[in-house]
Design a protein. Structure first.
Lengths: 289, 288
């Protein structure tokens, strides 16, 4: 049961990889809610779609590796460049000339790339819980290497390819869900996240991580200064995945507006939906004028 | 911080017992949100007040023994007759000629009494998860005596005067979890635990003994005297007061019955949108 069913849906296809998109509502302005790390599908926007679709034309799509999209095996299929090209392909498939892009977490990187590389397609960019690759990871996350064989499985040691592939994946998803949503009274958001995470095969998620690990932070910072579209950065000041300083750095580099959510963790779209929805609505109203 | 602050507040007083009331909003129809068991104060209506006060005049008050109302000693101050009389006094104190009453659990029982005895003051009654002596208690609640020493301390054995005197916080945790059995209810449970800990267990023992003394008139006969429209709403997974009690109340009053599928006992806190819409529609109907 969904609060809002799509009005249209379909697939965009690139190099044999099919991407499932959905379209809700109508209007002069299109808002594209970007995919994020493939541990969750486009349903991560479930609290935004019904509200925004009352005001705008809203497009979502499942990132490669999750949901109704294809799940290629090769690590190379999950590079930032691939996801960014997917965004343009979905804009084309939905006959969307330009749009306001809303990225969450890893999706913010692809939003930044699209805004820098295809400026004519992007009227504005919102970065929620911006990915740490844009400014720096939480100190506790850089301690353990993803590809190394570790001698323990506690805490962030669970974020490890060997642990995922050798029976620890479910435990990792439960742990990670509690890191993305650290606020009190979040059992529903955590349960949803766990369900989504368990819908993805560990091997697929390993492949997605290989692609992102190849990201070049210097290259991304060069892209930031090329963005001409208005930018809004929304970040939780208690984000346990990507520190609040990431949001501040991103806003500074793009000349964007910065909104810090007091007490907010990483999973702002489902945990703080009213604030997030109003911020998106006001931003879109402003840039669409 | 509250979503809606009262526009007026004050006290009604009877026999030295002060009852703290609050009034929100304006409108030709008043909704009187009745207290419930003094385990929790009027804040249990926190999700209803801001919504209903946009279109109606809303009055709440803390039941004796809870919140900012007096906490008299002795069970005789906590009978059903006293609570029903309190509601009448608050209607008077707030210059409310007539009102739609809403009550949860014990509050629904007091609402029935007020509607039976003062039909001119009551436009209609919404009873949520009513605690009424018309159908059986939940079987798990019937096993243990309230005022006798028990060997057991698990489950409903915690609902015991002697246990409250030695381990009240543990009872509060247990009872809050029974009040809200739906998944994803940590906020509601935390709220209830916080409220429950505001009350002295000695006072709470008095409230239970007061309830146990009942009324002179059999409750079914009281129900038959009710002439106003009645809406009964009950969760079919209520773990405090059986769903059968709600069905029986609707039958005894000729009222409408709505089941909340999967709903537990504390519907106003856990199912606010459904409850708000049901109350709003009921008020629109009876206040025409």
């Amino acid at each position: 049961l969904r609060a809002r069913e799509p009005d249209t849906e379909g697939y965009a296809e690139r190099d044999g990889v099919k991407l499932h998109w959905e379209l809700f509502g109508a209007g002069d302005t299109t808002v594209v809610l970007l995919p994020t790390w493939s541990i969750v599908p486009s349903r991560v926007w479930k609290a935004q779609v019904p509200y925004l679709a009352r005001h705008f034309r809203v497009v979502t799509f499942d990132g490669r590796g999750c949901g109704g999209s294809d799940r290629p095996e090769a690590t190379a299929a999950y590079s930032d460049a691939q996801y960014t090209a997917d965004i343009v392909a979905v804009l084309d498939a939905t006959e969307t000339a330009d749009a306001v892009l809303v990225g969450f977490s890893r999706g913010t990187v692809w939003g930044v790339k699209t805004a820098a590389e295809s400026p004519e397609r992007v009227r504005g960019l919102i970065c929620i819980g911006a990915n740490a690759v844009l400014a720096g990871k939480q100190p506790h996350r850089v301690e353990y290497a993803f590809d190394d064989r570790l001698d323990g499985t506690s805490g962030w040691q669970k974020y490890n390819r060997h642990y995922w592939l050798e029976g620890g994946y479910n435990d990792f998803v439960g742990f990670f869900a509690r890191q993305v949503c650290t606020e009190s009274h979040s059992t529903k958001q955590i349960d949803d996240f766990v369900d989504w995470g368990l819908d993805v095969e560990p091997a697929t998620l390993v492949a997605t991580n290989g692609g992102a690990a190849a990201a070049d932070p210097e290259h991304l910072r060069d892209l930031l200064v090329r963005i001409r579209a208005p930018v809004l950065v929304v970040h939780g000041d208690e984000d346990a995945i990507s520190p609040g300083s990431t949001g501040a750095a991103l806003a500074a580099a793009t000349g964007g507006e910065l909104v810090m959510i007091a007490g907010g963790g990483h999973l702002l779209p489902t945990r703080h939906p009213v604030v997030v929805n109003h911020l998106i609505k006001h931003f879109v109203d402003r840039v669409a004028q | 911080m509250r979503a809606r602050e009262p526009d007026a507040d004050g006290y009604a007083e009877r026999d030295g017992v002060k009852l703290y009331w609050e009034q929100f909003g304006d409108g030709s129809t008043t909704i009187a949100m009745l207290p419930t068991w003094s385990f929790i104060p009027s804040r249990y209506w926190k999700c209803q007040v801001p919504y209903l006060a946009r279109r109606h005049r809303v009055v709440t008050f803390d039941g004796r023994g809870s919140g900012s109302s007096s906490r008299p000693a002795g069970w005789a101050s906590y009978t059903d007759a006293e609570f029903a009389h309190d509601a009448l006094d608050v209607l008077d104190a707030t210059n409310t000629d007539r009102a739609v009453l809403a009550g949860m659990s014990c509050g629904a029982r007091w609402g029935i009494q007020l509607a039976a005895e003062h039909p001119d003051r009551v436009l209609g009654l919404v009873a949520l998860g009513p605690a009424v002596p018309l159908a059986c208690m939940l079987p798990e609640r019937r096993k243990y005596a309230f005022d006798a020493p028990l060997d057991a301390t698990e489950g409903w054995a915690k609902y015991n005067a002697l246990y409250w005197n030695r381990a009240y916080p543990d009872f509060v945790d247990f009872f809050a979890a029974r009040m809200v059995t739906e998944p994803h209810s940590t906020k509601q449970i935390d709220d209830i635990v916080g409220w429950g800990l505001e009350i002295d267990p000695v006072t709470l023992v008095d409230t239970d003994r007061g309830e146990a003394c009942g009324t002179r008139e059999p409750f079914r006969e009281t129900c038959e005297r009710v002439r106003c429209p009645v809406l009964v709403i009950h969760g079919d997974e209520d773990a405090v007061r059986s769903h059968e009690q709600g069905i029986a109340l609707a039958e005894a009053t000729g009222g409408e019955f709505v089941t909340i599928a999967g709903g537990g006992h504390t519907l106003p806190l856990r199912h606010p949108v459904v409850v708000n819409h049901l109350i709003a529609r009921f008020v629109d109907r009876v206040a025409r």
